[in-house]
Design a protein around this ligand. Structure first.
Ligand SMILES: Nc1ncnc2c1ncn2[C@@H]1O[C@H](COP(=O)(O)OP(=O)(O)OP(=O)(O)O)[C@@H](O)[C@H]1O
Ligand SMILES: [Mg+2]
Length: 340
């Protein structure tokens, strides 16, 4: 799992160079056109009024650019960007320390915002709404609560699990931005941009194939590009051309639809053990030796998005496309059941 190159979640080993590839301004943030247009308008309006930008909520699968966009907003507003992640905020004091020192109109980013502790979340409510926080002074019977004003800041929250964010918190964000998987064309543009930054030549006939295997996810695209750069340096002349990409993908066991070994194992398991489904996610997770969370967050989104898997009320089912891709036919199940 740690080395799974196509898993979209951040991986310290695989994504070391990520910071250098991260766009700083909206013009370099490729794709997501509609979202970008809107954000651009909101930023310009806030600047014109000389006010802080409304609080922004980012949601969407890992690696699509939530953190990147939050940083871009700060850059475009010309303010400072301060960032933390919900699990790092343990006590109210941790949050109070940040909120009382954050600069006027600055962007304060909280990642994994669905994981806030209730006491922290409560403190955020008044901070977001009234730009003040309640702080308890003293202890025991003599303790009293005082209100402390805080600067007008912009909270940027991000999550891969928007459904787990409470309604009161969610409702306090004025701007909500849902990031979706990128089109292949957009991924290609991202690959070209990254190849320029990494100073590696990406051949025009190789880019579409690489883009097809990136799961609509910029993080995966960048990771694949860096691996192809390695293959090109060792096996070729440093240019990432079609032959290098074909060889490289096959070395990484990624097929032409961008599925890797584990994706194929999931589909194969559903077909061979559960006659194509439906099978509950708990059962499926056990069968492939992963947690339900990992299955749902890391593996399933791409399989569903690319039409190989369906989530139904009775469980997961593979589609006809999955049978075709694996070279199996639905009625082979009867014979295959004997194998298990
Ligand atoms: N629209 C884009 N254009 C160019 N590069 C992008 C774009 N979106 C993301 N990237 C690249 O993908 C990488 C991952 O993006 P980012 O860290 O913002 O994802 P995320 O949505 O915050 O993921 P996670 O949910 O894991 O926190 C960035 O370092 C950046 O290089
Ligand atoms: Mg992030």
């Amino acid at each position: 799992m740690a080395e799974r190159i196509t898993a979209p979640s951040y991986n310290q080993d695989l994504d070391r160079e990520e910071a250098g590839l991260r766009p700083k301004y909206l013009k370099d943030f490729l794709g997501q056109v509609k979202l970008k247009e809107n954000i651009s308008v909101f930023i310009q309006a806030a600047r014109k009024r000389g006010e802080s930008l409304d609080h922004v909520f980012f949601s969407g699968p890992p690696g699509l650019g939530k953190t990147t966009l939050a940083g871009i907003i700060a850059h475009e507003l010309g303010v400072e960007f301060r960032s933390t992640s919900a699990p790092a905020l343990e006590k109210q004091g941790d949050l109070a320390a940040i909120l009382t020192t954050v600069g006027e109109k600055n962007v304060f980013f909280i990642d994994e915002i669905h994981r806030l502790k209730p006491v922290i979340e409560e403190m955020l409510y008044t901070a977001m709404e009234d730009f003040e926080i309640d702080v308890v002074m003293g202890q025991g019977p003599g303790a009293r609560t005082i209100k402390i004003p805080i600067p007008h800041f912009t909270l940027a929250g991000a999550t891969t699990k928007a459904g787990l964010v409470s309604a009161p918190l969610y409702s306090r964000f004025g701007i909500t931005a849902r990031l979706d998987f990128y089109t292949r064309k957009d991924i290609q543009q991202i690959l070209y941009r990254s190849s320029r930054i990494l100073a590696v030549e990406l051949a025009p006939e190789a880019a579409p194939l690489l883009a097809r295997c990136a799961r609509g996810t910029p993080r995966v695209a960048n990771r694949l590009l860096r691996r192809m750069r390695d293959f090109a340096q060792v096996w070729g002349n440093g240019i990432v051309d079609l032959e290098i990409v074909q060889k490289g993908l096959s070395a990484l066991e990624i097929d032409k639809k961008g599925l890797d070994k584990l994706d194929r194992e999931i589909l194969n398991t559903i077909i061979k053990r559960y006659q194509g489904g439906p099978v509950g996610s708990d059962t499926l997770a056990i069968s492939i030796g992963e947690s339900v969370d990992t299955l749902e967050d890391v593996y399933e989104p791409y399989l569903i998005q690319s039409g190989f898997l369906q989530r139904t009320s009775r469980g997961r089912m593979v589609t006809r496309l999955a049978y075709e891709h694996l070279g199996l036919s639905p009625n082979q199940n009867e014979n295959q059941r004997d194998l298990f």
